[in-house]
Design a protein around this ligand. Structure first.
Ligand code: ATP
Length: 297
């Protein structure tokens, strides 16, 4: 298990991460979210041992993370860190050896992954000759070459088309099923929502929201009602507790401040010709904006 206990990081007198704690168990995909500058990269660097926390500690299966355990870690950074003059194979050998793998094992795993991602024919191509999306695939393959116990994925889908996003998702889910601990950071809330059962949202280095996504949604009081049919907008807007009414294609989206208000809205339109009335949890994006006070991107 990865245990992040009360870590704080100061850059001189600037507080970048403030008493952050969370745990990631084998098989879990954990979301670490926040706007630019919130402290995600600093946190990732403290986790993999590149930066020493000012206080607090990080352990992987009870052990402090240092060179003796880095063989068990994979890190996909947001900015590309490819050795572009090398071929795909040369780069895999370079990083694989650094992670303590044998040459045979590296080539076997590389062939398996290149085939899985449909790019076997790029093995002897220089990385700089590949498209942006294929470079991202190589970066991902390099990060998972050693089947890491702990995998950190910072914006893994950047530059990928929807087909390849699906391919990455499948691979990430498979690795979680096989017992990897995965920390995932993305600006795309729909990806986080789909993947992560647990998450933390950072703002200026502080944890502003954390826990199980299902609990977070349940505890967030505001709900959305989706209605299809003949609706008197002005009448609904006047119901106490109704925050807003939006027309969304053929549906109306009524935001209410608490679940209790749904019956008042229902009463107000129950005699109308209605084909849909559904009370839904808010999206993670809505909760994020409410907590952080700005949009993610
Ligand atoms: P982004 O999404 O833009 O990558 P982030 O959440 O990863 O942002 P960090 O890079 O961890 O944020 O930065 C957190 C804060 O610490 C920012 O205000 C940043 O300016 C500051 N910071 C980061 N690295 C240093 C450093 N080496 N020296 C001083 N301040 C730094």
């Amino acid at each position: 298990m990865l245990k992040v206990e009360n870590i704080t990081k100061y850059y001189d007198d600037f507080l970048a991460v403030d008493h952050l704690s969370f745990e990631v168990k084998p098989g879990e995909i954990f979301g670490l979210l926040g706007v630019n500058g919130a402290g995600k990269t600093t946190t990732f660097r403290m986790i993999i041992g590149l930066l020493e926390p000012t206080s607090g500690k990080v352990t992987l299966d009870g052990q402090k993370i240092d060179y003796s355990v880095t063989d068990n870690i994979g890190f996909l950074t947001e900015e590309r860190s490819l050795l572009t003059k090398l071929t795909v194979k040369e780069q895999a050998l370079y990083y694989g050896v650094l992670k303590g793998m044998t040459k045979e094992k590296i080539l076997e795993r590389l062939d398996e992954l290149l085939e899985k991602f449909g790019i076997s024919n790029y093995k002897d191509k220089k990385i700089k000759e590949l498209s942006k999306g294929n470079q991202q695939k190589i970066q991902f393959i390099t990060a998972i070459l050693n089947k890491p116990k702990l995998l950190i994925l910072d914006e893994p889908f950047s530059g990928l088309d929807p087909f390849n996003v699906e391919m990455f998702k499948k691979q990430i889910t498979e690795m979680a099923k096989e017992g990897s601990m995965i920390i995932f950071s993305s600006h795309r809330m729909e990806h986080v929502e789909l993947f992560c059962k647990k998450l933390v949202i950072l703002k200026n280095g502080h944890d502003v929201l954390s826990g199980n996504l299902a609990d977070i949604k349940k505890e967030y009081r505001k709900k959305n009602i989706m209605i299809k049919g003949d609706v008197d907008l002005e009448k609904i807007k006047k119901i106490p507790g109704v925050i807003s009414v939006l027309k969304n294609g053929l549906e109306y989206e009524v935001k209410i401040d608490a679940l209790d208000r749904a019956k008042d809205v229902f009463k107000a339109i129950s005699k109308n010709d209605i084909t849909k009335f559904s009370v839904e949890e808010p999206s993670l994006n809505e909760i994020f904006i409410a907590k952080v006070g700005e949009t993610y991107e």
